[in-house]
Write a protein that binds this ligand. Structure first.
Ligand SMILES: Nc1nc2c(ncn2[C@@H]2O[C@H](COP(=O)(O)OP(=O)(O)OP(=O)(O)O)[C@@H](O)[C@H]2O)c(=O)[nH]1
Length: 223
């Protein structure tokens, strides 16, 4: 929601590229980018994860790029996630392209109440193919699952698209918090698995993990 074009904000009072301190309070770090059309809820998704709060009211589009850090614990390891919130508006694309190559994971959001945000997912995936690392972790998220009365994209449509591209998928709500933490935890688990991967180890499968953990819209009392 805030930021300066072409420059990374330092909201946490910490420069994003600064080297870790001599005895870091985490075991590994990972860069995660939030992508998707303007208004799908990327900033709210990040704030819900970081602060457990939902920003309602006037929509203020992100300018350029912004970031927040959060440390999560997975399987006994502390993973510091450096999360980049990008501007969805077309005019900021050249700014965000520069950040793709450093990202280990991408959360690609559409809005279940906005058909064009879903239709544009293919274009986002083409862009990812062009600018991101080959082995980047991608997760597709259908956000605003709390607004069932305005839904235009069915759960099955999201599932089908994700299957086509071989990526994990969930519907989420930055408002209620549904599946928000799970999305980041799954990414952190995948990054931890990759960092310590042993040839003989049975592989961690992020899609299986997400399928086993996710909540479906309407399933839960907090919706
Ligand atoms: N009901 C509901 N509203 C949401 C949700 N997430 C975001 N919103 C609303 O959607 C609007 C856009 O949210 P943002 O998080 O600013 O969208 P964005 O994707 O960051 O937009 P850009 O910064 O332009 O890329 C705001 O009015 C939010 O309050 C959600 O899960 N449920």
């Amino acid at each position: 929601m805030t930021g300066t074009p072409g420059a990374a904000a330092t909201r946490d009072g910490e420069a994003p590229e600064r080297s870790p301190p001599s005895s870091p309070s985490y075991d590994l770090t990972g860069k995660v980018m939030l992508l998707g059309d303007s208004g799908v809820g990327k900033t709210c998704f990040l704030i819900q994860f970081k602060d457990g709060a939902f920003l309602s009211g006037t929509f203020i589009a992100t300018v350029g790029i912004d970031f927040r850090n959060k440390i999560v614990t997975v399987d006994g390891a502390k993973v510091k996630l450096q999360i980049w919130d990008t501007a969805g508006q077309e005019r900021f694309r050249s700014v965000t392209h520069a950040y793709y190559r450093d990202a280990q994971a991408l959360l690609l959001l559409y809005d279940i109440t906005n058909k064009s945000s879903f239709d544009n997912i293919r274009a986002w995936l083409t862009e990812i193919d062009e600018y991101a690392q080959r082995d980047v972790v991608i997760m597709l998220l259908g956000n605003k699952a709390d607004v069932s009365s305005e839904r235009v994209i069915r759960l099955e449509d999201g599932e089908m698209l994700a299957r086509e591209y071989g990526v994990p998928f969930m519907e989420t709500s930055a408002k209620t918090g549904m599946n928000v933490e799970l999305a980041f935890l799954a990414i952190a688990k995948e990054l931890k698995y990759r960092a310590g991967r042993q040839a003989e180890e049975p592989g961690f499968q992020i899609r299986d993990y997400v399928e086993s953990q996710k909540k479906r819209p309407g399933c839960c009392s907090f919706l």
